[in-house]
Design a protein around this ligand. Structure first.
Ligand code: ME8
Length: 510
């Protein structure tokens, strides 16, 4: 009996539609897509969600400025995020929009659950609000008349609903204590802990000074505060409020939320508190990655120092950008986006290391081994060492994937590529052509088998190129998952004429 596939639910933040996607927003989805792809290759039952966050004062104001309705405005920009999915080949199973009816009903149902449990009450909010952050700030957080994030704040006094967040302080601290892996990396866990230890005030969860939002049940003068509307997307996608919905039962406790460190407080404090208060299970883990910066400044749509993903993909290619973003930054830390670093990664890791390896081996086999990956003869210690390195690699990558260490996943695969290149240089198959065809065949087989391992796992990171490499190795489409690596490469079959997968497209900058 085949074991039932283990569920894996991965999400990105739902992005605000107040501006087009930029490289920072693409990054989070690339990271989640890579994990989703890897887990599918590894035989997991994956659900991968992304989408757009379409309500709030910011959207209402932007639509007004353009002279269109908020709905027209969000329909337009949401499309840009769909185009981004096509650009990078994202494999999300669903794309949620908070303006969808099923989401609105779900957020309202969560609200009602909180009301029934006495967790929501009406009062008056007096304090600072940043429209750009869609966040409330305490007096002691205001720096030189601005939010701690540097955005403009306005003084707000309006009748509002409040969530009894203050009641959840101890439960949250217990959660972090008993589940130290709930928030990663550690630095973010510590940040969240100290925020909660500093004391929690009840959270204002409705607004009445604008209309573009999900109406508060039984009080149409209020719309839900944008985060209370947005966070439940992770469960509305699974069928909540129907707690018996197949997807909710199967995927909810398995959830891994990938997000940027800017929104860790919302995910690490408000979200678990709302869920506990509603009596719902908590997600398994939150991973907050760092920021991409441009000359040290956070890349951000509000400051305008953005990098357009469509432009860089046009110039360098989608796989190249995916690889660069995943490999260059330690996942969890900030990294600077520089053209010279990008070009150098493309030329060294992609063109030189993997591109050359594949090209050298496959063209040689095509020309000098009758267009086939030949059958091997007895393996030497050197052959066995490379084959073992390749065979052990998927397990190492799996361990890193389980910890969302995306840069280490890349490193592990490329360590095999590096070793394979050293093996080619040492074994010199071109010289063996004259001195020992049998040995040449074995060397070619060992290399092809190593490349198959690399390409199968690398499908998670560079899906287009890895797919092409597998085509060139004549690996059939149904034998491209990690399970297929348990049986050896089928050699002695014709391979197509090899073509370069990663041309050295750009002259390296001096
Ligand atoms: O916060 N570097 O949406 P948002 C890396 N709607 N990642 C970046 C980045 C950068 N420079 N800039 C943005 C929201 N991001 C809410 C989320 S979820 C229930 C609601 C990424 O459009 C990063 O993932 O402002 C960050 O958390 C997210 O975009 C913020 O997207």
């Amino acid at each position: 009996m085949t074991p039932k596939k283990k569920p894996y639910y991965i999400t990105t933040p739902i992005y605000y539609v107040n501006a087009k996607p930029h490289i920072g927003t693409a990054y989070t989805t690339i990271a989640a897509d890579t994990l989703a792809r890897f887990m599918r290759l590894d035989g997991r039952d994956v659900k991968f969600l992304t989408g757009t966050d379409e309500h709030g004062q910011k959207v209402e104001q932007s639509a007004l400025a353009k002279g269109i309705t908020p709905q027209e405005y969000v329909d337009d920009i949401s499309q840009e995020f769909h185009k981004l999915s096509d650009l990078f080949g994202f494999t999300n199973d669903a794309f949620i929009r908070t303006t969808q009816e099923h989401h609105k009903k779900s957020a309202q149902a969560l609200w009602m659950k909180l009301v029934e449990k006495g967790q929501i009450y009406k009062s008056t909010y007096k304090g600072w609000y940043s429209v750009r952050d869609e966040a409330f700030y305490n007096e002691d957080e205001i720096v030189d008349g601005k939010a701690p994030t540097g955005t403009e704040v306005t003084w707000v006094e309006e009748p509002s609903y409040f969530f009894r967040l203050s009641e959840w302080q101890d439960k949250l601290l217990d959660l972090y204590e008993n589940n130290p892996d709930f928030i990663a990396p550690k630095s973010r866990l510590n940040e969240v802990k100290s925020f909660v230890k500093g004391g929690l005030k009840d959270l204002c969860v409705s607004r009445s000074s604008f209309k573009w939002g999900i109406p508060v049940p039984n009080d149409p003068d209020h719309v839900m505060y944008v985060w209370v509307d947005a966070l439940p997307n992770y469960i509305s996608n699974l069928g909540f409020p129907d707690e018996n919905a197949t997807d909710f039962k199967r995927f909810w406790p398995e959830a891994i939320h990938i997000l940027g460190k800017d929104i860790i407080r919302f995910h690490g404090v408000y979200w678990p508190a709302l869920l506990m208060a509603a009596g719902l299970p908590l997600p398994k883990r939150l991973f907050a990655h760092g920021w991409w910066t441009l000359e040290g400044e956070k890349i951000s749509k509000s400051t305008g120092n953005t990098i357009d993903p469509f432009e860089v993909v046009e110039t360098y290619g989608a796989d190249q950008i995916r690889y660069f973003l995943l490999r260059e930054a330690t996942f969890g830390r900030d990294a600077d986006f520089s053209t010279s670093a990008l070009v150098s990664r493309i030329n060294s890791d992609l063109a030189n290391d993997i591109g050359n390896l594949v090209q050298r081996v496959l063209s040689f086999a095509f020309k000098h081994a009758q267009g086939q990956i030949p059958l091997p003869n007895a393996f030497t210690e050197n052959d066995k060492a490379l084959l073992k390195l390749a065979a052990d690699m998927p397990e190492k990558v799996r361990e890193h994937a389980n910890e969302q260490a995306l840069h280490k996943m890349c490193e592990e695969i490329w360590a095999v590529v590096g070793e394979a290149n050293r093996y080619v240089d040492k074994e010199e198959p071109w010289a063996l052509r004259k001195t020992g065809i049998e040995r040449m065949n074995t060397v070619l087989y060992v290399l092809a088998e190593t490349i198959r391992h690399v390409a199968i796992v690398a499908q998670a990171i560079i899906p287009n190129a890895a797919g092409k490499i597998l085509d060139q190795l004549a690996v059939s489409k149904d034998r491209r998952d990690i399970h297929a690596l348990e049986t050896p490469l089928i050699s002695g079959v014709d391979i197509p004429k090899p073509e370069g997968v990663f041309p050295r497209i750009i002259a390296e900058e001096k």
